[in-house]
Design a protein around this ligand. Sequence first.
Ligand code: NAI
Length: 339
Amino acid sequence: MMASRHIFGTLQRRAFSASARQASKVAVLGGAGGIGQPLSLLMKLNPRVSELAVYDIKGAAGVAADIGHINTKSVVTGYQNDEKELDACLKGSEIVLIPAGVPRKPGMTRDDLFNTNASIVRDLAKAIAESAPDANILVISNPVNSTVPIVAEILKSKGIYNPKRLFGVTTLDVVRASRFISQHKSTDPADENITVIGGHSGATIVPLLSQSGYSLEGKDLDDYVYRVQFGGDEVVKAKDGAGSATLSMAMAGARFAESLLKAAQGQKGVVEPTFVDSPLYKDQGIDFFASRVELGPSGVEKIHDVGKITPKEQELLDVCLKDLKGNIAKGVKFVKENP
Ligand code: NAI
């Protein structure tokens, strides 16, 4: 009895000292926005986070003061609209989440956001290159299919591009795909984990239902695929001009950050679909692609193949690849023309 209590105590101390060693600073750029606020809140609730840095061009101090009263251990600091502030926010960050930028209004596609968000993301990428060159960068700002290549081009131009540390956050598509099939099949959504590949907008979002053993047919399948691809529009329409998904996106962003933290802190077998610099379709001139990615202490550990898919899923993938190529090229061209 004594011996087992002693061992338990030792294990507890080891677990404690391991987590104490693994202190992680997380920065949220655009932290006072619709996504940024709940995302910062969820990061404050995450015991793996030791320091939370909230940056925005306005409102960050208020968000940080508010969240900072929550009785978890992490220290929260707000940083506002200034190069020096951004530098201090980024310094030492292990994870940088970027939900900065404008969201959609009814009738807009994610690509319609390009003109505004491209330069916001470009400028933030330059600051990251300067102040947190080793951080994992998690891009949420849309259009993700183009903003991720923009970040890559900026980091390349600074000579510090590490493809293993750059992620487009497509987790919301996985969350929706899992929720929607559970509604259709009356299953517990917690048990569903539908793989979604491709990119993060309309036809580039390709759910692979067959890999989870489902075989919807005809209209059922078409309706399901449409809902996953255009689920964001349901929210944009319901919010009626007040923005796009913020709360579900915050949950999805926090889930992805948590997966990276788990993997960084030594957990094996952490796999999330995410939009990364990928070898899968490089021969077709497509440098970024979302597929299941195993995460590790160095970021991307292993990029999984698409795997076995049905002829219908292949059709969706063919359309996706065509769109994706254009979206990626648009991001690359933007940086060439507006370095
Ligand atoms: P929002 O307008 O509520 O918040 C954006 C925040 O960014 C604002 O607080 C604004 O002050 C800040 N901001 C603007 N320029 C900045 C800069 N240069 N530096 C720092 N902060 C800056 O928008 P919301 O709803 O939070 O959406 C943010 C982005 O996330 C949009 O581009 C939206 O399309 C995208 N999004 C992505 C999803 C995904 O699945 N990846 C899902 C939903 C939205």
